[in-house]
Write a protein that binds this ligand. Sequence first.
Ligand code: ADP
Ligand code: MG
Length: 433
Amino acid sequence: MNAAAAIRQEVDVCIGQAGIHVGRLIYVQQGRRENATFAYAEQWLHDLDRFRVSPDLELVAGYQSRRAPSAADSTFHFAIADTAPDAWGRRIIARDHAKQRRANPALPLLTEMDCLLAVDDFSRVGALRLRDDAGVYRRTVEPGRRTTPPLIELQRMYEASRAVERGQETTEDLRYLQGKGTSLGGMRPKCTVLDENGWLAIGKFPSVNDTRSVTRGEVLALRLAQTAGIDVAAARVVTLDGAPVAVIRRFDRAAENSRIPYLSAASMLQASREEERAYVEIADAIRAHGAEPTRDTRELWRRMVFNLLITNVDDHLQNHGFLHAGNGFWRLAPAFDLNPFPDKVRESKTWLSEEDGPVVDIPTLLARSNYFSVSEDEALTILGEVHRAVADWRRVAISDEVGLRQQELEDFAPAFEHEQMEAAKTLLDQINR
Ligand SMILES: Nc1ncnc2c1ncn2[C@@H]1O[C@H](COP(=O)(O)OP(=O)(O)O)[C@@H](O)[C@H]1O
Ligand SMILES: [Mg+2]
């Protein structure tokens, strides 16, 4: 038997608008085996602004290799993997490639590196960028064509994304979506756009599989979270011929679309996709690497209370993140991907702690507040603030900004009106808060 020829692909890893050279990434695939190796550039190791761009890449000279611990994990080091396309983006990249292969069967199969390089450079999550040996940031489109369209093109992107979901897309649809819908993780159909003010934003579309208005539900959740005192990504609904698109401002960009390094909580904890991890571990990571540890552990506790009260049970480690605050210290990123799940069991995906299991009730959260630097008294104040915000959900849901219709509210009610809301109210009534 002949061993399959090895494929080897190399790129420079750079950071920020200026594209400062951080290191070299080598990807090798042989048959079904693949691995990635990274070495910091000498220059970066001496840079005054140097920091560990990924928790699994120590600031030392020499190659540091990575092999995925399970088939569910990325081949790449954590921070690099955070910029790779996930389910939705891969679907577009893979469909387009499959169409091209039909026309040209000699075309090689896509490697994991090809997928990583297919992500649009302008909208790639965080600040890391990949530059090929010709000096081109991958992926960059031909001069004169843009990949990140203005808001007025949402309709076109929405139609193309629906066609992809239905498996009825044309080559032109795929060409159009390349780079526009691929730079972000997550499952749901989405794209990147520039809003009216030139800020990079995400457009999250209704899916053909939705049974309720998921996009309005997400904007509702983000609005309530904001009222509950949580730092959230700025979100609004933009309606296209009656179809509501959630438009969410990117928090990993600052003025002039400059780039802020991003790490998912999964990366911060160096968690395998198959591992169960807990909020107390996120709190530990915040204490170890946080720029403002007390503020952030308290914020995290508030988010746990909020997620429980709105039944956001999709709180896995890719749905929490961190932004670099300088010198290797990180802040909790604004909350995102918050959704009420009226038809799911109220049980968090990320556990509270190994002993406590998932977050399922208020009393246990109160009992653990100290771990998150929240005193008993402050815990009740926070609970009061979050409860008040969530209790107002019906009014916010039908407000112009969210735009749910009265008759749609019953679809969502079980997420917001349940025994934990009751328990919170009883407790708060007793102490008059
Ligand atoms: N406001 C934002 N700014 C920057 N990156 C974001 C923002 N919202 C989401 N992301 C990134 O995009 C990914 C997918 O977005 P998400 O809202 O979680 O989509 P899905 O509902 O498909 O999971 C996230 O895991 C995160 O890396
Ligand atoms: Mg998500």
